[in-house]
Write a protein that binds this ligand. Structure first.
Ligand code: ADP
Length: 567
């Protein structure tokens, strides 16, 4: 009779297996019948007592005077039970149920214990109790064991919490599973799950797009029937390895198609049911971009090399140019030095020739015939001409070495112009029947200049005008004030200068017609010297010309301070 309740497992919940086991053990070991005071040593295994969360107790009947059951006495209680009751085991053993717990609670339980003791039918109840000093719900399992009743009681609060926690965990895992499914559905990577027969169990929209068929149509199809192109490829072997050997892996695969085809990355993970879960990502854009970047970097490298070669070549050219410039400067310096020395050396004997010719002409050495006087005249003219040329070369040499000294003063342009025209000599003008007019050079036209240098420039310009103007022509020297500058404009109605020569006539030794049949004398230094002198005084000389019409040379110089504003 003692183990009868075991035959009714339906009343015992699965989730209280340890309690169930303890009760069965207690039932097996419990004293039956006559010895109601048998000690707890005969009761459940130590292991069960120590590990059970549930309280276990064996109660023996206490009879009233008429043999009716009036109470139960604790014969055994485990540590968990004592803890739940808020007392020590030793304080409970031997006590009556009504003495251990508050009366109301005890009465409630007592009714159950009596019923079970009398009927032998195990019962389970959730009852209110006071455990560990706190009002709580207690789950009670009661079974008859011999003359005693075995009770298992557990804190419902704890159990419910555990149940709620389990429910919450389940809900959480369901939510997580749902979320995972939704993510798989929506993600841009294709995802396909195959069973052990390579049949498609599930797939997402991206996978359907990759296969190019409606999703619903693909489910159930064999993977390699649909993706035949992958059968003999790395990706195909990856899928087969996953299913056949349960091996996970990944690989990159190029799939031929329209244009450049597609670059795909596959990952395969074996599933619990022997199938495989496949992820496939289209990395065509990235691969194309990588290839472009590699090509671009390679090209950049070659451009860079080319650029460096160009730079090196340019540096070589620059070095060569610099070297050539230094050499040219050195040659120019040597030439200038030579000119200066040579012209200086020539001037002394030339002066002597001039001096002795003059002595002879004056008859100091004796009477001179007319023919001799004519010859002496030619000697003197040639000597003056030669001296003029040599002076020009010397001036040029001085200007080149910046050795020219300027003594700047306020100079009346009209006076300078009159002196210059006088120096020309009326002979030349008369011979060629040229007119020479000085216009607009009033007293107010005063320049800041070295008077001698200004004279030299004006004589140069006027001499050229006379030289290059055909008989009957006209020469004009006109003054003008331009801002804070004085402009002296020498114009002629001469032969003019061709455009291509105009830019070069200010360079030393440049002449428009420098051939052996050249009509005019000179060495081509007059304009170079004139412009250098003008610039040396803060001014300049410029030219305009038209072949057959005439030329205009303009000398500009700073206007004297005193004259400024009064012009
Ligand atoms: P030179 O007169 O000694 O030859 P210049 O330097 O004074 O040297 O003049 C350089 C050249 O410019 C002349 O040889 C001539 O060809 C040209 N030139 C100068 N002035 C005139 C002018 N007024 N008309 C035409 N050609 C001129």
């Amino acid at each position: 009779m003692g183990a009868g309740w075991l035959a009714e497992p339906a009343r015992v919940r699965d989730n209280s297996r340890s309690t169930d086991h303890a009760l069965r053990t207690a039932a097996r070991d419990a004293p039956t019948g006559a010895d109601p005071h048998a000690g707890p040593t005969a009761l459940p295994h130590v292991a069960v007592r120590e590990t059970s969360h549930a309280g276990l107790a064996i109660h023996e009947r206490v009879h009233g005077p008429n043999g009716e059951i009036i109470d139960f006495e604790y014969r055994y209680v485990n540590e968990a039970g004592a803890r739940l009751l808020g007392r020590a085991v030793v304080d409970i053993i031997g006590q009556r149920v009504t003495a251990v717990e508050p009366r109301a609670v005890a009465q409630d339980k007592l009714a159950t214990y009596i019923r079970v003791a009398e009927t032998g039918t195990p019962e389970e109840h959730d009852v209110h109790s006071e455990l560990d000093g706190h009002a709580t719900a207690v789950h009670l399992s009661v079974a008859r064991v011999g003359t005693a009743v075995a009770v298992s009681f557990s804190d419902m609060t704890w159990r419910r919490r555990a149940e709620l926690a389990t429910a919450a965990d389940n809900a959480k895992s369901e939510r997580a599973a749902g979320q995972a499914a939704r993510i798989l559905e929506r993600m841009s990577d294709a995802h396909v799950t195959l069973d052990r027969e390579f049949c498609i169990l599930s797939l997402n929209d991206a996978a359907a797009r990759l296969f190019g068929q409606p999703l619903a149509q693909l489910v159930g199809q064999r993977f390699f029937d649909t993706a035949l192109i992958l059968l003999d490829s790395d990706a195909g072997r990856l899928v087969q390895e996953g299913v056949v050997n349960g091996v996970e892996g990944r690989c990159a695969q190029h799939v031929a198609g329209t244009g450049e085809g597609q670059h795909l990355e596959f990952e395969a993970y074996p599933t619990d049911d022997g199938g495989v879960s496949i992820f496939c990502r289209d990395v065509t854009a990235r691969v194309t971009a990588d290839a472009f970047q590699r090509e671009f970097t390679a090209r950049l490298g070659s451009w860079n090399q080319q650029l460096q070669a160009n730079v090196a070549e340019r540096e070589q050219l620059l070095a060569a140019a610099e070297h050539a410039r230094a050499e040219a400067e050195e040659a120019n310096r040597a030439k200038t030095e030579f000119l200066a020395v040579m012209s200086h050396e020539l001037r002394t004997p030339l002066s002597a020739i001039g001096g002795y010719a003059e002595l002879l002409a004056l008859g100091v050495r004796g009477p001179v015939t007319d023919t001799q006087r004519e010859d002496l005249g030619r000697i003197q003219r040639s000597q003056r001409h030669l001296l003029g040329l040599i002076n020009a070369v010397l001036d040029h040499a001085r200007l080149s070495t910046a050795a020219m000294k300027y003594e700047v003063a306020d100079v009346s342009v009209r006076d300078a112009a009159i002196t210059a025209t006088a120096l020309l000599g009326p002979h030349q003008l008369h011979t060629k029947r040229l007119s020479l007019d000085v216009l607009d050079c009033g007293e107010v036209v005063v320049a800041r200049a070295d008077p001698e240098k200004l004279q030299q420039i004006l004589v140069n310009l006027l001499t050229n005008a006379v030289k290059f103007t055909n008989p009957g022509g006209a020469i004009t020297l006109r003054c003008a004030i331009e801002g804070n500058q004085v402009a002296i404009v020498v114009s002629d109605t001469g032969i003019g200068i061709p455009e291509q020569h105009l830019r070069r006539i200010f360079e030393p030794f440049v002449q428009v017609d420098s051939g052996p049949v050249r009509a005019q004398d000179g060495v081509g230094l007059g304009l170079a010297i004139s412009r250098d002198l003008a610039r040396g005084m803060g001014g300049d000389v410029t030219a305009h010309s038209e072949v057959g019409v005439g030329s205009t040379f303009t000398l500009r110089l700073p206007q004297a301070q005193a004259a400024t504003g009064t012009a």
